[in-house]
Ligand binder design. Structure first.
Ligand code: HPA
Length: 276
């Protein structure tokens, strides 16, 4: 069997399994980042499927992430929520990180909302800020689209035009304004972690034009865009990475800051979803 046939077989098995557990057609996928798990509280839940039950699904290993797909309605819109995501630093391949995105596409999603925790490098930011991602830099040592391409899934050489869909960015700006929520806008750079960055690395990444840095999102967004899924993405700035003003930063700091800002992000996402 070719690699592409094998991928399709695995996707079929995963999707059939999920459909047998939950009969529901989501239109929007939501990926919850570190400390953002309770974003799902507003969802009128229809069913859940644990990752470890789904054939070929990777299993989440990070303690701060639950591992399940959650189906339900948010603001009257059918959504599937990834409660827990897969990071390259955990040892997953980019193919594995892309797999749930491809599954969600087959389940019916047309849009994807992504959230993450990130270190702020723009000196105008502060911990607790929400940043609308307008673009990204892929600093991972790879790309989920490397390997044989299946034209049925997407183009061999997808352009990155409108990667973070402008229509959704506009909605996010308007909703934030209505909610009196200050919204930062910037470029996210994704890299492997798990180390946070050195002062020299923060200086370099800032020089490259990035406003925030984190260890996720980029591979998932590339896989989604390849399948023509429209993307809306937010970072919660959990700590500052300023080369000339370095501080210790623990996972507790990151999770604490993300959890504190989470209600605001939850309201923002709900407000956006209503108009998407
Ligand atoms: N660097 C990388 N990833 C992060 C950071 C950071 O400072 N904060 C939260 N995730």
């Amino acid at each position: 069997m070719s690699a592409i046939e094998e991928l399709h077989q695995q996707l079929d098995q995963a999707v059939n399994f999920i459909r047998n557990q939950v009969s529901f057609e989501p239109k929007t996928g939501i990926i919850l980042g570190t400390g953002l798990g309770s974003l799902v509280d507003g969802i009128d839940m229809v069913g859940t499927v644990d990752y470890d039950k789904i054939p070929h699904f990777p299993v989440s290993t990070v303690e701060s992430h639950a591992g399940r797909l959650l189906f339900g309605n948010l603001e009257g819109k059918p959504v599937v929520c990834m409660q827990g995501r897969f990071h390259f630093y955990e040892g997953y391949s980019f193919q594995q990180i892309a797999f749930p995105i491809r599954v969600m596409k087959r389940l019916g999603i047309e849009s994807l909302i992504v959230s993450n925790a990130a270190g702020g490098m723009n000196p105008n930011f502060k911990p607790g800020d929400i940043m609308l991602i307008k673009d990204h830099i892929n600093f991972f040592p790879g790309n989920p689209l490397i390997g044989p391409n299946d034209d049925k899934i997407g183009d061999r050489f997808p352009d990155m035009y409108d990667l973070y869909y402008c229509g959704y960015q506009q909605i996010a700006r308007e909703v934030a304004l209505q909610q009196n929520l200050p919204l930062q806008v910037g470029v996210y750079v994704g890299l492997t972690g798990p180390c946070l960055e050195t002062a020299a690395e923060y200086r370099m990444l800032r020089g490259f034009g990035a406003d925030a840095v984190g260890m996720s999102t980029v591979p998932e967004v590339i896989a989604a865009h390849h399948q023509r899924i429209k993307i809306l993405a937010f970072s919660i700035i959990t700590d500052m990475g300023l080369a000339d003003n370095m501080h210790p930063c623990s996972l507790d700091d990151v999770i604490g800051a993300a959890s504190k800002t989470e209600p605001k992000l939850r309201a923002l996402i709900a407000g956006c979803l209503k108009r998407m």
